[in-house]
Design a protein around this ligand. Sequence first.
Ligand SMILES: C[S@@+](CC[C@H](N)C(=O)[O-])C[C@H]1O[C@@H](n2cnc3c(N)ncnc32)[C@H](O)[C@@H]1O
Length: 205
Amino acid sequence: MAERDNDWTKPFIAAMHRNAAERTPLVVQAVGTGPAERLLDVGGGSAAYSIAFAKANEKLHATVLDLPPVLPLAQGHINAAGLAGRVETRAGDLRRDPLGKGFTLVLVSAICHMLSPEENQDLLRRCFEALAPQGRVVIQDFILEPDKTAPRHAALFAVNMLVGTEAGSTYSHEEYSAWMRGAGFEEVRHLRLPGPSGLMMGRRP
Ligand SMILES: C[S@@+](CC[C@H](N)C(=O)[O-])C[C@H]1O[C@@H](n2cnc3c(N)ncnc32)[C@H](O)[C@@H]1O
């Protein structure tokens, strides 16, 4: 994505925003929010999820981490929602940069499928480091059954990633669980949601 120009990035982020509009109520309800939440939205795109969490909890502050060309698009949505005081944007490379410290919630939505297993393990270790004790990581993605042939859309999306990315794919609940436990997370669980994607959640002890 870092090599794409604005003619590609703008419609892509607009499409993700449209898609997120349907998913945010489900995700916010399933995840819930604590009293003084600090949310890190890794590869947060249009900021749709940060905005939805901030609307659900007036004490929540969010940071949307994404590539520089995407941040003005996110900022436009944040401003339109009147949330510039509580939702900020930060330029960063989720493939290698430290993610910060002291967050209570780290959201990784529609990111893991573009990364290899090794990159996902590395990202999850950095998510763990970014969380305060008792903080939670939430992954939203297509999650495969153990034999990796179902659900059908998740299996087909792996073909899309095979063609369109260097090492992306879709992964099973078992793979996510192993990576999350390997990074140090406890209370790892798979939450099925209506629609094409599900959640993997874990807690830093
Ligand atoms: C499929 S979109 C998901 C957006 C949002 N999380 C959502 O669920 O609607 C992937 C996002 O990851 C961002 N991204 C891709 N590579 C990145 C990188 N190396 N560092 C930071 N962000 C990246 C893209 O710009 C895009 O906003």
